[in-house]
Design a protein around this ligand. Structure first.
Ligand SMILES: Cc1ncc(COP(=O)(O)O)c(C=O)c1O
Length: 390
């Protein structure tokens, strides 16, 4: 049996995989088992932001792997302390909880919001308002929070106390908030939902509403965080701060890590024993995340992401002239969506045949989330191929 046959026989059949086996990566390039070369405009779904096998990431992995990998959160380790300090100093937050994935970081945020109000008011405030088209993960609470029916299919009964409303509609939000709501949870830019950004006035009004009602604002920056949108965190584009933020994906450039960050006030919702995970913030993943954060958070690196993001959007927009099937090009930094009048998956397949990895979401949207180290030459090459394929 080859790798594809073995996977299809022995691994759960939960992924619709493209029949391609990758064996090696370097920078923005991947190689398959037949030696074919591909330029990666997906980065493992916005994960390998420093590209594949970045020397500083590899060095952090090997150095820490030969020193100390795991001891549990019953004890202290220097890399976890260091990483937490860095995240706090570079964000709005005062405290960090380390998890292992985006869903787990969001699960922690949901639990924190509920417990924050549970302490003082009994269980009066427990509802979480989230947005239609949102994506927050696949655990029971996070799939309940997710605003897409296809993710929930077959898992009923879902968890009580979640309400979904249209994104970018402040009037509906105002009508929905009542004394039972503990938090509003949203992505500043919806990734899986189709690269749909919050309107700046909307986000500012949401913050104001949360302050007025005394409820918590949770930003899910699992996909948009860590420089993806040209700022360390996407909410910086809007100059609107949350009370709680979740990160994962690019945090350790491919090693599994999630994090929930919160203000000191919101963090009071948890006490010793309220929440835990065996693997959260091991010395291994923390060391890697320190290396990643040190590079990505530099102002020059982030400016370069913004410039290349603008370049990518301009080049994609230039295709509109000859391709009326392109409806819209949108996004921030290097998270870019191209909405089409036609099926996107066929375009993805054809680009793959020509050596470019891109991704289709929501049926008719192409998503580009390349490593943040992508070059203008690589962008030009992709746009030429897209021109041809379209
Ligand atoms: C915004 C957002 N939140 C949460 C998740 C879930 O993250 P994970 O797959 O690491 O559980 C994702 C994954 O795509 C995401 O894009």
């Amino acid at each position: 049996m080859n790798t594809i046959e073995k996977t299809d026989k022995y691994v759960f059949n939960t992924y619709g995989r493209i029949k391609k086996v990758f064996v090696r990566g370097e920078g923005s390039t991947l190689w398959d088992e037949d030696g074919n070369k591909y330029t990666d405009f997906l980065a493992g779904i916005a994960v390998c932001s420093l590209g594949h096998c970045h020397p500083e990431v590899t060095s952090a992995i090997t150095r820490q792997a030969s020193t100390l990998v795991h001891v549990s959160n019953l004890y202290y380790t220097q890399p976890q302390a260091e990483l937490a300090q860095m995240l706090v100093e570079k964000s709005f937050a005062d405290r960090v909880f380390f998890a292992n994935s985006g869903a787990e970081a969001n699960e922690a945020a949901i639990k924190l919001a509920r417990r924050y109000f549970n302490r003082e008011d009994g269980n009066k405030r427990y509802k979480i308002i989230s947005m239609k088209q949102s994506f927050h993960g696949r655990t029971m609470a996070t799939l309940t929070a997710t605003g897409q029916d296809k993710i929930k299919h077959g898992f009923q009964p879902l968890i009580d106390g979640f309400v979904h409303i249209p994104f970018n509609d402040i009037n509906v939000l105002k009508e929905t908030v009542d004394e039972t709501v503990c938090a509003i949870m949203m992505e500043p830019i919806q990734g899986e939902g189709g690269v749909i950004a919050a309107n700046p006035e909307y986000l500012r009004a949401v913050r104001k509403l949360c302050d007025k009602e005394g409820i918590l604002l949770i930003f899910d920056e699992v996909q948009t965080g860590m420089g993806r949108c040209g700022h360390l965190f996407a909410h910086e584009i809007y100059d609107v701060r949350p009370d709680i933020m979740t990160l994962a994906k690019a945090l350790a450039n491919g090693l599994p890590m999630g994090a929930m960050l919160a203000t000191e006030k919101a963090a009071q919702g948890f006490a010793v024993g309220s929440h835990a995970t065996t693997f959260g913030g091991t010395p291994l993943v923390s060391s890697v995340a320190i290396a990643v954060l040190s590079i990505i958070s530099s102002p020059e690196f982030l400016k370069d992401c913004r410039d290349k993001g603008d370049y990518l959007k301009n080049r994609l927009n230039s295709l509109k002239k000859n391709h009326p099937e392109i409806r819209d090009v949108r996004g921030d930094g290097l998270l870019v969506g191209m909405e089409l009048e036609i099926e996107a998956s066929e375009i993805v397949e054809k680009c793959l045949k020509k050596g470019f990895i891109i991704n289709a979401i929501q049926g008719n949207i192409l998503r580009f989330a390349p490593p943040l180290i992508i070059t203008r030459e690589e962008i030009d090459a992709l746009v030429d191929v897209l021109d041809n394929v379209l």
